[in-house]
Structures are given as C-alpha cells and as structure tokens.
Design a protein around this ligand. Sequence first.
Ligand code: 3HC
Length: 678
Amino acid sequence: MNPSDAPLDSAWGDAVRVLTLDNPPVNALSFAYCAKLLAELHAAHADDAVQAIVITGSHGLFSAGADVNDFQSEMPPNAVTIRDVIAAIEASVKVHVAAIEGNCLGGGLELSLACDYRAATADAKLGLPEIRLGLLPGAGGTQRLPRLIGARAALEFMLKGSSVSAERALELGIIDEIAPSDLLERAKALAKGPKRRISERQAIIAKDLPMQAAPYVVAQAHKMVPPEANGGLAAHKLIDAVQAAVELPFSFGIARESRLFDELVRSEPSLALRHVFFAERELSKIPGGSSFDEVYPERSRGARDDKGIEKVGVVGAGTMGSGIAIAFAQAGIPVVIVDNNDEAVDKARQTVMGMFMYQVQMGRLTQEEAWKRGQSIQFTDDWKELADADVIVEAVFENLDVKREVFRKLDAIAKPQAILASNTSTLDIDALARETKRPDRVLGLHFFVPANIMPLLEIVRGTETSPETIATAFRLAKKLRKKGVLSGNAFGFIGNRMIFDYVQAANALAEEGVTPARIDAVMKEFGFPMGPFAMSDLSGLDVGLAVQKAAGPQAIGRTNVLERLVEAKRLGQKTMAGYFKYDKAVGKGREPIRDPAVEEMFAEEARKAGIAPREYSDDEIRDRLLGALVARGEKLLEEGVALRPGDIDIVYVYGYGFPPHHGGPMWYAAHQRVPVHA
Ligand code: 3HC
C-alpha cells in the first residue's frame, strides 16, 4: 500500500499546514500577494510542528497566474514575484502538495509544478496560456514541464496555450491524481510521500524517443510556428527555452527562461496582446451603468450564469438562423427555430444535424452529446412555439419592411418580458423597436458568419434599449463564449462601417493601378487571413453592392467596377469569379486566382474617370488601408457609436481577422503612427 493510501490520522492532519490562495477574484499572484504568500511559506517552513504544506485556492479556483497588471510597468526593485515563492518551495526540505480545483493557469500551474505532488478535482482546468499574451511561462514552467512530461508534449501544451481537463492532465502526467471526493484530504495523504523535486530530474524528449531526437523535435517545433515577425516571436523564444531545459542543467535553464521572458514582456507583440486581454475585459463595463453587476447587484458572481435565459427563439431558418441556433445549442440553451417556409425548415434541420455529425467525425463531440444538442433544437413553422422564449433573435432577409413585419408579429406572440433582437447588419434598430410596445427590450444582436464559430457579437443599443436588456445581452454573449461589443445604432454598426471604408480604400488603390492580387498579398503579409478583395469575393459582390447602395451616395471606389462585376454575374467565390477567378481544382475552389480581365477593367474605368496610375510601395499600400480603418474608427468614437478604441480593436481582432499581435487597428495606429486617411 502507498503511504498516501493509508487512512489519515489526526496527528498527521495537524502536521500539514494548508495555505489557501486568496486574492479575489482569480487569486492572481501579484507582487503584493506573492509577498504575503512568501511570508506565510517562511512561517510554515520555520515551524517545527509543520511537516508538510498543502497549497490550495479559494473562490472556486487555484490561481489564474501572475497578475498581468504587474507587467504593465517597470518592476519595482523590491518586488516579490512568483519566482521568489517558487524558490522558497524549492529550497525547503518539507513536502509541498498543490490541491487544485477550478482554473490553474500560468504562474498558478508553475507554482504547482514546484510542489512535490499535485492532486486536482475532476472539474479542474490546467493550462499555460502565456503564449496568448505574447509571453512564455516565466516561473519555471518551460524547465519543469519537459522534465515532468517530456519536451515534445510540453512544447505542444505550451505552444497551444489552451487549458486541459484534469483527466487529460492526469494522462499527460502533469498531476498525480484526481481526488475522488475530499481534495484536501487527498492532498494531505499525498504529503506523506517522499520529497520529489521536478528540478532534480533529467528532461526527456518523449517516452518513445531517445535524447538524440532533441534537435529534430526542436527544429520541427520552430517550423510549425509562424515566423518571428508574423506573430511567432513568443513561440520561437518558448522553443528556445525548452531547448535549454533539454540541454542545460536546471539552474542554467531557469536563467535562460527568465532572460527570454523579460525580453518578451517588453516586446511589441506582447504589449499588443496584453492590450487585447484588457480590452476584452473592459467590454461589458458600460459608462453610466449597464454592466451586469450594476444592473443586478444582488446576484453574486458565481450565480450569474444560469438565470434568466432558459429558452431562445430564432426566426429565419437560413444560413444565419441555423448558425445562431447551433451557437445557442452549443451553449446548452434550448432553441426553437421558426420559418414559414417548410423547405427552409427542412434544409436547416439537415444543416444543423450535418454540423453536429461533422463534429462527431472530427472527434469534438461524442455521439451522445451530438444527439443531445440536436434534441435541444426544435424546428417548426408554428410561431406560437416562440411564446415562452426569453430571447428571440430575428434572422430573416435583410429588408426593413420584412423585418418590421416580423417584429410586429413577435411583439404580439412573445411573452411581455422577452427580449426581441435583430440580427441585421445595417438596418435601423429604432425602426424595428417602434413596431413593438417594448422598445426598451429591443436591440441588435449582430452575429458574424458562421455564427456558431465566429467569436464576435455586436450588441446594438437602440435609443430606448434599457440597461437591463444590455446587461442580459452581455450575459448571453458570455454564455455563448463570444466577445460582446456594444455599438450605437448607426449604419453598419462598428465592424461593417469600418470595413466599408477599408474596401473602398482598396478599390481606390486598384483604380490607381495596384493589382488586387498585390493589395491582398500586402494585407496577408501584415497578418490578415485574407486580403480585402478575397474577403469581398467570399461575402459576395452582390451583397457588397447592396450594402453600398444602402449606405447612400458614397460608392465603393470612384468608378463602377463593382457594378460591372455584378452585372457580369461575377458575384465572388459562389460563382467562381469575382475580383479573382476560382477553380475547383485549386484549393477546392477557394483559392483566389489573379484575373487580368479584372485588372484591365480597373484600368479602363480609371482612364474613363481620369484617374492617373501611381506607384505605391508595400508599406504605403498597408498604411493606406489601415489608415482608412482608423479614420473611420476615430469618427465612430467621436459619434459615440463605439465606446472605446479597445472595443473597436476587439471587433477587428475577433470579427475580421486583424492580427492580434498588432493589437487591433486603433492600437496599431496609436503605436505605429499610421497616417490616418479620412
Ligand atoms: N491577471 C490580472 N487580472 C486577471 C487575471 C490575471 N492573470 N486573470 C483574470 N483577471 C481579472 C480580469 O481582468 C477580470 O477583472 P475585472 O473583474 O476587473 O474585469 C477578473 O479577473 C475576472 O476575469 P474574467 O472576467 O476573465 O473571469 P472569467 O471567470 O471569465 O475567467 C479566467 C477567469 C479563466 C481565469 C480568465 O480570467 C483568464 O483566462 N485569465 C488569464 C489567465 C492567464 O493568462 N494567465 C497567465 C498570466 S501570465 C503568467 O502567469 C506569467 C507567468 O508565467 C510568470
């Protein structure tokens, strides 16, 4: 029998000192908190009656890691850091056990790795997400993890940065056991075991690989991540740190890790990614009230998620409606999807079921989960099924009269306290609210295609939308795991209004003789997944033209190239021709192929309009396009459509593929001094 399996006697219980991390809300290990923790550790180490130490967390989690706020300014000379706490654990002869529940992230996990044993509850989540902040684990993680689970697995874990379940952590060897019931009891039992420092082990590559494979594994890892200049800086440094773990004694490796971490903290990409982190957490803080805590002060943090939205209705069974329904089902909220058209309902049923089956094939869902999710979506043509929904999202054809009619009908059917939302991307929310007797409970919820995948949700506040409605929308966004961004009720809201100017700037350059292929290549080089012309082709040029017409007198570009393309039935990817050509044999018909006919069309139209060709450098092309985005962003801030520059950045990073290591357009402009083109 292991010593840890023996029943606990009360004398042993008394000999174990339990230190509980308690720094709400997420037990972040700030300098100030580390000083306190270090003092507690020193006291426990000095107390002869204490034979072992269990470190655990309060507030439902172990720790979210270092306090990211501490990285925003120069470190004070006498700051106590996680590294100091870990050094004290490492130096002690007493056994330390981490008792983990909830999130155990970043420096929190590194702290647990300095302990001799780790026990976790079944619902614990463990991760080293530093890479997402443009950092590497800087409190020994890059040195201890390869010694614990092997360099190959450690690299994969740290480069992904996502957290894993306790079950997976056990499989990987990160934790010693999942506590069947009382976590602290199990941790105390483990504390009876011998001292077991990870730092004293030799790093391995993987169980099935000899040490000679190290250079190959390291080289492969470098190949798998983006180049340093293109968002891969932290990844390459992280791989360097792991290489040090494999090649150097522990103390040398730790020194290398610290130096690389300190370099990254000051790097541009990390500053930008930390801006994104903080901007994300500002989103639901609405000046003048509307944040959930202000509107519902009586509800505690933990209880906020499960009240109020028990059933959702979706009107319109097209692509958007189906995607929205899937998003709700994925969040565990039952949905009823209503459409007058039986064929559309059947098609939606097939799309939704096809999507869940696909997830089963990809191993992301079990058959049982897929079945359960499928069951949580009801398809019908009977509007009365919406009567008990708490939120109803309208996703019908983008036409004001059609949507007005839907809102009138919904107002009559929906229960009085239900919220009515429109998924319009351009139309006036107030015009829809006026059709109802509940304008305070009408708003826009603008999902992005595909709605079940895209992480952005624009929450559009009409003139009369109440703070409670906005607060509920933010809560809903959180349940859907989307970034909810508040927008004023203005044409195109934040994202599409800005993209309109961006596409317009791209067209203006094409009129001056820069090819669409070059413009797209420059923006891809900057880090967008696709350029403006490929993006227009993907969303459909007919859609672009309709938006342009709805926008009023301002055309996309000074010529009518877009009209000519639409007239020629070149509607984009869906017709295998738009600004580019597409060929089923090339990238499954999704790869844009340069089309000289379109370049000639631009030249011809430019000659007619008297636009002279001009030479542009790649930097000028990039700055012209980003400048157009930023100029519109500034206007939206002036007009109060967007609340903060950070909100705009979140819209662009999560909705439009703006490279996060550049922080979003407003951040980039403020830090790189992009010339703003009005
Ligand atoms: N530092 C400082 N503040 C943090 C924080 C952190 N590591 N993690 C969360 N917070 C703050 C948030 O800003 C927010 O503050 P607010 O209430 O004033 O808005 C509050 O804690 C609650 O956070 P969320 O709204 O995100 O709460 P959730 O319950 O949705 O999520 C979480 C909790 C999963 C822990 C999530 O906050 C998270 O992922 N945090 C970041 C974790 C992380 O990146 N850790 C690594 C830090 S770097 C590090 O450890 C370096 C080391 O290697 C040396």
